[in-house]
Ligand binder design. Structure first.
Ligand SMILES: *[C@@H]1O[C@H](CO)[C@@H](O)[C@H](O)[C@H]1NC(C)=O
Length: 303
């Protein structure tokens, strides 16, 4: 773990792609509801951020064009042209609206349905990603969720009612193969291999540890459900659709060599349906959709 951390700290990338937790609640007894579950809470980094960094003092925020080019209203703070994997999961679960970011101060009605706490450049460790400026690290995301839970208790009138609303279903995402991102391929080089093998080898032990942690959580909390989201397999599935190597390793937008993020107000590729990566780190909406068949069955199993 130490070597992985020092690697990420020494490279120019401000985005360390860390674990993502998706907490879902119990299925509603009320058959009239459209959504499969009453609520959906999202924790994570830039892969899931939907605007929490917009008002932070950081270079790792993307509330500018061409981000969000495939949303009718343009940029939202999502690190993609369109929807994130968290959005696609929400859409599949039947949520009609996007889960609002914590930073948008969602109202009482909204927090009953869910909150997104994810923050670009954030990691599990407080110091992770701080080279780009402020972020909301995982501990802070969990503290923010405590605020939400207190509000839900108040709104529903009792801890018991809140406990029933929030049942415990948690999907945890592993780290994806960061060595296959355009940023790492461009800065480190692959020596003829498709990806930077040394970087992917640093990712592997984290995911092994995460899977073992999930097993421990399952035995310690038999009243809860846990699932492992294999983002490496999702990435492989998505990349297989793109026959041409170039579009698997070239970002759709023009990126900054310092941050790997799209340069503000530049014109991105027009064929977003033929690119795997939107910027030097983050997948296009299409790539997120193509990888979803790996993630969704895991979510279905814990519902
Ligand atoms: C923003 O962060 C930079 C670099 O860390 C710091 O120099 C600057 O004072 C900060 N600005 C504000 C308004 O806090």
């Amino acid at each position: 773990m130490g070597s992985r951390r020092s690697f990420l700290q020494s490279c120019s990338c401000p985005l360390s792609l860390f674990v993502v937790v998706v907490a879902l609640a119990a299925p509603s007894a009320d058959g009239s509801r459209a959504a499969r579950v009453p609520c959906y809470f999202i924790f994570g980094d830039s892969l899931y951020d939907s605007g929490n960094n917009n008002n932070l003092n950081t270079s790792v925020k993307v509330n500018y064009s061409p981000y969000g080019i495939d949303f009718p209203a343009g940029p939202t703070g999502r690190f993609s042209n369109g929807r994130t994997a968290a959005d696609i999961i929400g859409e599949t679960l039947g949520f009609k609206d996007f889960i609002p970011p914590f930073a948008s101060n969602p109202d009482d009605r909204q927090i009953l349905v869910g909150v997104n706490y994810a923050s670009g450049s954030a990691g599990i460790l407080v110091q992770s990603g701080k080279q780009g400026g402020d972020n909301v690290d995982l501990s802070k995301q969990l503290r923010n969720h405590k605020v939400t839970v207190s509000r839900i208790v108040k709104k529903l009138g009792s801890k018991k009612a809140a406990f029933e609303h929030l049942a415990r279903k948690v999907a945890l995402a592993g780290i994806s193969n960061i060595g296959c991102t355009p940023s790492l391929i461009a800065t480190v080089g692959t020596n003829g291999a498709p990806c930077v093998t040394s970087v992917n080898q640093l990712v592997a032990p984290f995911n092994i540890g995460l899977k073992s942690l999930i097993s421990q959580l399952k035995s310690a909390h038999p009243d809860a459900k846990f699932g492992y989201l294999d983002t490496i397999r999702a990435g492989i599935l998505a990349s297989q659709v793109f026959a041409e190597f170039k579009v698997r390793t070239t970002p759709c937008c023009q990126v900054s060599t310092v941050t790997g993020l799209c340069l503000p107000n530049t014109v991105p590729c027009s064929q977003r349906q033929s690119y795997l990566f939107w910027d030097a780190f983050h997948p296009t909406e299409l790539a997120n959709r193509l990888g979803a068949p790996i993630l969704l069955p895991v979510i279905q199993r814990i519902l």
